[in-house]
Design a protein around this ligand. Sequence first.
Ligand SMILES: C[S@@+](CC[C@H](N)C(=O)[O-])C[C@H]1O[C@@H](n2cnc3c(N)ncnc32)[C@H](O)[C@@H]1O
Length: 305
Amino acid sequence: MPAPATATADEIRSVNARYHDGAAADYDAKWGIDYGEVGRRQVLGKVAKALGGARRYERSLEIGAGTGYFSLNMLQAGVVADAVCIDISAGMLDTLQANAVRLGLDVATVACDAEELPFEDASFDLVFGHAVLHHLPDLTRAFAEFRRVLRPGGSVVFAGEPSYHGDRLARVPKRAAAAVAPLWRRAMRAGPAPDDSGDGAAEHHALEAVVDVHAFTPDTLARAARAAGFADVRVRGEELVANWFGWANRALEATADPDEVPWAWKVYAFRGYLALQELDRRLFEPRLPPAIFYNLMVSGRAPGP
Ligand SMILES: C[S@@+](CC[C@H](N)C(=O)[O-])C[C@H]1O[C@@H](n2cnc3c(N)ncnc32)[C@H](O)[C@@H]1O
């Protein structure tokens, strides 16, 4: 849900920093972020899709890198040689560095705003991000910065951005799951979720309403990239039935005591999601318009050699 129209750009940035600082410690567990085989396959699949195949980048900059999902998996796979990660949340970058140490990886982190990058012109071969553009108050300024720090011929890629129409379509399975949740809990022999109104949960939910600034149409994303001077701009859609399946399961699970959801159900939900992602990739993504997918991915190239 987009931020209230009354929030200023500075408020949106400051709430983003606070909200993500608070989310950092549990972020990987909450979103199932993986730095092994599964995570690497997911990340490399998206990168290959966006860039039309695999190649190696000497120096990359990740915007809104969070706990390191993309950069750390790309470093492990050898897709980038030298990775720099920025984020407005110092807490997320602390978790990223802890993950890097655990994996034996070397990565530079800088806490700063995507719209004001503390780097020289033309200093990266690849600028990318995952699930970050929708948090940025001034998309035009951000894309101008991405273009400024990219070398001529360098690539820009942003994936995992919420799609305006895809989000509306995904509300149908979410609502259907909420309606059948009591029956599902009975079938799973799981009790209802414990009351989470204490422990700052109300404040956390209030912040959540401010951090998300945009849901995009393919056109808004393409226009922002072209306005900054990027060439070969392409927008693709990702995740349709996988997303409906994933959100329906999340909506069901959110109503139950997490300790009482059977392990077999969790395995079924995870494997089902991966199988449907493959179906989306092979069958639906090449044939259906990007606007109806849940996530959008934009890519382009800085003009030059
Ligand atoms: C949804 S999380 C995604 C994190 C990571 N890219 C991933 O896919 O797991 C969005 C990230 O963007 C960061 N962020 C939000 N606003 C930002 C800004 N103005 N500049 C830089 N990073 C920002 C947040 O702190 C957060 O870590």
